[in-house]
Write a protein that binds this ligand. Sequence first.
Ligand SMILES: [Zn+2]
Length: 363
Amino acid sequence: MTWVNFQTVREGLDFSDVLEHFGFETKANGRAQVKICCPFHEDANPSCGINLDKKVFNCFSCQTRGNVLDFFAQMEGFDPAKPAELRNAALLAVETFGIDGGVQEAKSGNQPKAKQRPVRGQKRTAQPPKPAESSEVSDAAPGPVSEPKSASDAVSDPVVNPPLTFELKLDHTHPFLAERGVSKQLVSDFGLGVAKKGSMMGRLCFPIHNEAGELIGYSGRWVDEDKPKDTPRYKLPKGFEKAQVLFNLNRVLAKREEGLTTTTVVIVEGFWSVLRLHAAGIPVVASFGDSLSEAQVDLLVQAGTTSAVLIFDGDEAGRKGAVLALPVLASRLFVKTVPLEDGVKPDTMGADILASLPRYVRS
Ligand SMILES: [Zn+2]
């Protein structure tokens, strides 16, 4: 059993070192207060204030705040609100920065296993933690003495696409939505809106949820006619792993609560196609582009899907993508493809194709 001494970890963490570790340039010059571009939302102007002395941070834009350990945890993909994840973050912090007394083994005299892994930071010292000072230990009750599980096992698997701790403020009445013919019902179902600030500003944001319905990111589509040359039309959060997510799977699963179910799911490339098919009552997910990963097929199988209809866009990329996706799908599910003519996408295909697609059924 490895005990984590949270107070010692917080006290032992130097906020400047943590910032440097993650590559932030603060130019503190001895000042206690610094500002950085907030890593927890798309931030063009520095809106995350940090008090280096008090070891706290506060983003004025997305409202993410906390102490230095919370900051470190979220940077490493852990949710500091979840005790088990905060514990893993603390173990990793101890390992990265070499904080004396941050962890200790319940079995006295044991060398802590948590320290054995090669570290990323340079500031680590090789000293083992001090012997137990039981008054500071609060994380775990002393249980039966067993071989300590290596902390590196626990921390080497950070959560992919962790749930966001904030929601963007969006304009749900932006004229672009009406121009694109997006109904109020769809705006409401999908939470669509144009961001008013941050670096998603001026983009129509599609909130992305995992299969459990937790918000894990936004994709922002540029809405203005004239798009600066080097600006991508769509923007996903840095580090977002789209191959691990199926857009709209959460809503397909949520239909079960209304007594509606399906074992067949339609797979398309993008958001607009999902909007159209969803509005027509079709169980549909999007793969975020013209490829499909094993992990995405896993998600379908876990959702109880037994067959799929693959409708990628009617262009070269879509056709090539479908050829590659088919064997991945066919190894797990019954698959059918609907080839589209050149220039046609599921959001523009004929009503006859739409009518032929599977619907939800009352379970
Ligand atoms: Zn922020």
